[in-house]
Design a protein around this ligand. Structure first.
Ligand SMILES: O=C(O)CCC(=O)C(=O)O
Ligand SMILES: [Fe+2]
Length: 352
């Protein structure tokens, strides 16, 4: 989950700047113009389904390297039938084509402090840019009815239009959500191995996961990148995010050297990135990397991020392999829910 949360400060050179983020980190940006570079690794994750632990560990070591170095990787051969992503993109197009008044019936303002419902075009903006962020979104929350491993029947926080307004919308989105949720649970075991922990280490954290999904629509922008973004520079705040991109480029990742790197679409892949909660739990061993979206692809761009986090009741304790006497925990302890609510309400208020 995200919002434009940056403050850009002039550094004297034409486009260099500093980004200060609500997670407490400060990043230097060399130039506002993005480049092509081969820094985001492509990981074949098919080994996660192997019976042989060595195959799973081999994937985990690649995930470890990527999560530590850049906090972003592509997952290919993840095993989810493409028909689910196609179906969800189709639903996204139907929803965003509705008249604004209809979409505003599920305005996100109806649910303060939570990322659910419709986020209108240019709702979020940064003081540093002349124009608001050129994207609109619809967010749905975890729903136990669509989780094959549900342990609760608590009602979902999501809000929906009446089924007759857009028949099949909710089921079409959750059909994909359920598949991603199953994959996310498998990947949680891989992340545990990647941290040199037992595969089951996070099992109790994901019985009732935080698992929001979002459909996003970015028109082609006409203003320059200095004046407008699709989504401004931010980090995600849960554990990890898995983004399904369509064929239009636009996602950009800030490298450690301060370059904006294009995360070009790879058909059938997820772009997976570390979020702030996992960064906190790993005491910064895994990096929650700044990213943004600029749609100058010439097409309407659609994407589907899935934000995966731990049970709101669980404390974000540091993982044992990431703290020591020489490397004590940098962050105060709080529950996943406290951290989530703090970040979500600030971001929705546009305060950060
Ligand atoms: O649209 C994308 O590719 C990424 C969106 C994103 O970063 C977000 O919603 O947090
Ligand atoms: Fe994001």
């Amino acid at each position: 989950m995200s919002a434009s949360t940056t403050q850009l400060e002039d550094q004297g050179t034409p486009q260099a700047s500093t980004i200060r983020l609500p997670n407490g980190k400060i990043h230097n940006v060399k130039s506002n113009i993005s480049i092509e570079a081969d820094e985001i690794p492509v990981i074949d994750v098919s080994g996660i389904y192997s019976e042989d632990i060595e195959d799973r560990k081999a994937v985990a070591e690649k995930v470890r390297e990527a999560s530590h170095r850049i906090g972003f990787f592509y997952a290919i051969n993840h095993g989810i039938d493409p028909k689910y992503a196609d179906g969800a993109f189709e639903q996204a197009k139907r929803f965003f084509a509705l008249p604004l008044e209809k979409k505003l019936e599920v305005d996100t303002a109806r649910v303060p402090g939570e990322f659910v419902g419709y986020h209108a075009m240019e709702l979020y903006s940064s003081k540093e840019r002349k124009q608001g962020d050129l994207s609109e979104a619809f967010n749905l929350a975890y729903d136990a009815n669509y989780d094959p491993e549900a342990i609760t029947d608590d009602p979902s926080l999501s809000i929906w239009l009446p089924e007759s307004d857009l028949p099949g919308f909710k089921d079409g989105l959750y059909a994909y959500h359920t598949e991603i949720l199953k994959f996310a649970r498998k990947m949680t075991r891989i992340f545990a191995l990647a941290l040199h922990l037992p595969e089951e280490f996070f099992a109790d954290y994901i019985k009732r996961p935080e698992a929001g999904m979002r459909i996003l629509h970015y028109p082609q922008q006409e203003y320059s990148v200095d004046d407008q973004n699709g989504i401004g520079a931010h980090t995600d705040f849960e554990c990890f995010t898995m983004v399904t991109q369509d064929e239009s480029s636009g996602l950009e990742v800030l490298s450690k050297s301060g370059d904006w790197i294009k995360a070009k679409p790879i058909p059938g892949s997820f772009v997976i990135n570390i979020g702030d909660c996992l960064m906190r739990q790993t005491n910064d061993f895994f990096v929650s990397t700044v990213h943004r979206v600029i749609n100058m692809s010439g097409n309407e761009r659609y994407s589907i991020p899935f934000f995966y986090g731990f049970d709101r009741k669980k404390i974000l304790e540091p993982v044992p392999t990431c703290v020591s006497e020489d490397n004590p925990m940098k962050y105060p302890l709080m529950t996943s829910g406290e951290y989530y609510k703090w970040r979500a309400s600030k971001a929705k208020d546009g305060e950060l």
